[in-house]
Design a protein around this ligand. Structure first.
Ligand code: FE2
Ligand code: FE2
Length: 317
C-alpha cells in the first residue's frame, strides 16, 4: 500500500516557548517515522494473495525452530506430522503475537490519552496502532487460512494480562513491548528468506518485519529516555516488572494444545518443550538482540534474574 506523503513536518517541540532537548529528539524521531510510514506500509488485505493454494510439502516453521525438535517425542513423528506440528506452532505464535499487539495498542492508547494530539509523538503512536490493527488482522487471517484454531494464550494468562495496561508504565512498558516485538522479529527475519517455508507465511513475516523496524526504533528511544529518569527503588520495580512480563511472553508463545494436532498430550508436549535444550537455544537466539539492549540500558537486574532464567533468555550458570 502506498500512501500519500505525510502532510506536515511540525517544528521542534517547545516547553514554555523554549526547546526541550529530550522532547526535541522525541519529536524528530516521531516525524522521521511518520514519513517512513507514509512511504512504505503494507495493506495485507491487498498485498497478500489469500486465495493462492498452500504448497504441498513446504513447512510452516523451520524444523529446528519447532519446540519439540531433537526430543524423543520428535523422533516418533512422521515427516508429515512434523510439518503439521509446525503449522499449529506458527498459528500459536501468530495468535499470541496478535494478543501481544492488542495489549500493546491498549498501552499506547493510554499514552496518547495524556499526550498533546498535535505532537509528532501522539501522531506516530496512532500510526503504530494503525499498523498493529493491520498486523492483528493479518495474523488472524493467516491462522484461518492454514486451518488452525485461534490458540492465543491459555485462559488464565489472558485474564491476568488484563492488568498489564493498568500497572505498566515507563521503560518496563516499552521494554516489554520490545521483548515481544524483537523476539518475533528475530524468528520472522530468519523465516522470511527460507525457501522451505510456505510462501504465505514468508510474506506475512516479511510485511511484519518491515513495519516492526519502525516500532522498534520508537520503543528503544522511549526506553533509553525513560531509564535516565528512574531513581533506585523505581528502577528495581521496573526491572522486576519487565522480567515478569517477558517471562509470560516467552512461556505463552506455544500454547500446549498445539501438541494435540499430532496426538501428543498437551501436558507431555509442553513439558518436553520446556526441557528441550534445542528450544532453549531457539529462545536465546530470538532474545539475543533485545537482551543486549536492555542490559546496556540497566534494565536487567538481579531482582528479575530468576524469571529471565526461567524464560531461557539468560543462560543458567
Ligand atoms: Fe505488529
Ligand atoms: Fe509492533
Amino acid at each position: 500500500m502506498t500512501r500519500a506523503p505525510a502532510e506536515s513536518e511540525g517544528g521542534p517541540a517547545t516547553e514554555g516557548g523554549r526547546a526541550a532537548p529530550g522532547r526535541d529528539r522525541r519529536e524528530k524521531t516521531a516525524h522521521r517515522l511518520l514519513n517512513s510510514s507514509a512511504r512504505k506500509s503494507y495493506d495485507p488485505e491487498i498485498d497478500i494473495d489469500w486465495d493462492a493454494p498452500l504448497v504441498e510439502g513446504k513447512r510452516y516453521l523451520p524444523e529446528h525452530r519447532s519446540s519439540l525438535y531433537g526430543t524423543a517425542l520428535w523422533e516418533r513423528l512422521s515427516p508429515e506430522q512434523r510439518i503439521e506440528l509446525g503449522k499449529h506452532e506458527i498459528a500459536s505464535i501468530a495468535t499470541n503475537g496478535l494478543w501481544f499487539e492488542i495489549l500493546l495498542m491498549q498501552m499506547l492508547l493510554r499514552e496518547i490519552y495524556k499526550a498533546d494530539p498535535t505532537s509528532g509523538f501522539a501522531q506516530y503512536a496512532l500510526t503504530e496502532i494503525a499498523d498493529e490493527c493491520r498486523h492483528s488482522t493479518m495474523f488472524a487471517r493467516m491462522t484461518e487460512r492454514i486451518g488452525c484454531p485461534p490458540y492465543g494464550p491459555l485462559p488464565w494468562r489472558r485474564r491476568m494480562a488484563k492488568l498489564l495496561p493498568l500497572i505498566s508504565y515507563g521503560p518496563a512498558m516499552y521494554g516489554a513491548i520490545l521483548v515481544a516485538e524483537e523476539i518475533l522479529d528475530r524468528l520472522q527475519r530468519e523465516q522470511m528468506n527460507d525457501p522451505e517455508v510456505q510462501p504465505l507465511v514468508r510474506m506475512v513475516n516479511r510485511i511484519h518485519v518491515l513495519e516492526e523496524a519502525r516500532h522498534v526504533t520508537f520503543a528503544r528511544e522511549e526506553v533509553t529516555r525513560g531509564v535516565a529518569r528512574l531513581s533506585g527503588p523505581e528502577l528495581k520495580y521496573q526491572q522486576w516488572l519487565l522480567a515478569a512480563v517477558s517471562h509470560e511472553v516467552v512461556q505463552s508463545l506455544i500454547n500446549p494444545h498445539v501438541y494435540k494436532a499430532v496426538g501428543i498430550r498437551p501436558r507431555d508436549g509442553y513439558r518436553a518443550a520446556m526441557a528441550n535444550p534445542y528450544y532453549h537455544e531457539t529462545l536465546r537466539y530470538a532474545g539475543e538482540r533485545i537482551m543486549g539492549f536492555l542490559d546496556d540500558n540497566g534494565l536487567i537486574g538481579s531482582v528479575g534474574m530468576p524469571l529471565w532464567r526461567r524464560a531461557f533468555l539468560v543462560a543458567d550458570r
